[in-house]
Design a binder for this molecule. Structure first.
Ligand SMILES: Nc1ncnc2c1ncn2[C@@H]1O[C@H](COP(=O)(O)OP(=O)(O)OP(=O)(O)O)[C@@H](O)[C@H]1O
Length: 334
């Protein structure tokens, strides 16, 4: 289990101290595929570097299997770090070495005898489904194949944790999917905990079991992917789940309601309180709202669940709000 406790990281800059991570708390259980999602500059890379202690947190703890990483000697830390492997957006392969030798590299450093390393590397080539690329050079591979070799190299040290830092951001959607399938397969087959750092909610949706939403160095919300996707509780979560103000269809919609905002506060608290106060999940099917001086104007189409009592409860809750009107739409065709 990885526990990140009250972790903060500041950097001195010409303008003063910059807080890149602010009191981050996360618990990642063994076997999770844990997504850490946030926009550019949210602090994702800094958090990854703190998790594997490439960067020393300013305060707080990184506790792995009950052991406080920051309390370890340099030597012990180097040893423990071998159980955390990493793959990157740009693959970081050694271009002058063949694929086999790239995979052998971490084993060479760890002093594994040459023949044993070669045998293991060939097995790993099989695992990543590129058994015929042992003697190829990285330049002869596609982006997806390079990432497969990088994954094989990451597995060479028999890690307990695989950190994926924007590992599919340079790949097209089909290749992305195949790499994500491979990562998922590795998680299941080898029992490796995976931490996925990404700015793409689609990646989280595709493979993660849990997710933390990071914004301005703070964890805004955490939960199972299902929880956060069906009912993001914070504005940061909603911005990621509904980037255009419209949701992906998450459940079959049986009742559709048009909600018109006439200058009340913002629309977002209404959606959140529908879930929290009424326990009703809604889909935002479409929205055309404007915030003028912090007041919401415009309209939104909400999909309500099948259960008629739930839908009626949601409708009367919406109608009880100030500066909001709501009507059922009977001719919605999606
Ligand atoms: N060494 C440093 N000195 C000063 N500021 C830094 C340093 N490293 C990172 N930062 C700042 O910390 C913030 C978080 O950076 P980080 O690279 O962790 O974000 P990110 O979420 O990974 O973004 P991206 O997806 O664009 O890589 C940024 O505002 C960045 O400018």
């Amino acid at each position: 289990m990885i526990e990140i406790k009250r972790l903060s990281k500041t950097f001195p800059t010409a303008e003063g101290t910059f807080t890149a991570l602010d009191d981050v708390n996360l618990t990642i259980s063994d076997g999770d595929i844990y997504g850490i999602v946030g926009m550019s500059g949210a602090g994702k890379s800094t958090l990854v570097r703190c998790i594997n202690l490439l960067e020393r947190p300013t305060s707080g703890q990184v506790v792995i299997d009950g052991e406080d990483m920051m309390a370890l000697s340099t030597r012990a830390l180097r040893e423990r770090r071998r159980s955390i492997s990493m793959i990157f957006q740009q693959f970081n392969l050694l271009m002058q070495r063949t694929c086999l030798k790239n995979i052998c590299f971490p084993m060479e450093i760890a002093g594994v005898p040459k023949e044993a390393a070669r045998k293991r590397a060939l097995e790993l080539l099989d695992i990543v489904d590129l058994p015929d690329k042992a003697d190829s050079y990285p330049a002869q591979l596609s982006g997806g194949q390079k990432q497969r070799i990088a994954i094989a190299r990451a597995l060479a040290s028999d890690p307990k944790v695989l950190l994926c830092d924007e590992a599919t951001s340079a790949l097209d959607p089909t290749t992305t999917r195949s790499i994500l399938r491979l990562v998922q397969d590795i998680n299941k087959r080898l029992g490796i905990t995976v931490i996925v750092i990404t700015h793409e909610m689609t990646v989280v949706e595709e493979i993660c079991s849990h997710v933390a939403v990071l914004e301005h160095g703070r964890v805004m919300e955490t939960g199972t992917v299902e929880e956060v996707f069906s009912n993001p509780k914070t504005e940061a979560g909603r911005r990621l789940v509904y980037p255009d103000g419209a949701a992906i269809d998450q459940f079959p919609v049986h009742h559709v309601v048009r909600v018109v905002f006439n200058g009340g506060s913002s629309y977002e608290p209404l959606i959140a309180s529908l879930a929290i106060d009424c326990g009703v999940r809604v889909n935002i099917l479409g929205a055309d709202t404007r915030n003028i001086d912090g007041k919401a104007f415009g309209s939104m189409l909400l999909g309500l669940p099948e259960d008629s009592a739930e839908a009626a409860r949601a409708l009367s809750y919406i109608r009880a709000q100030r500066d909001v009107t709501a009507e059922e739409v009977h001719d919605y065709h999606g």
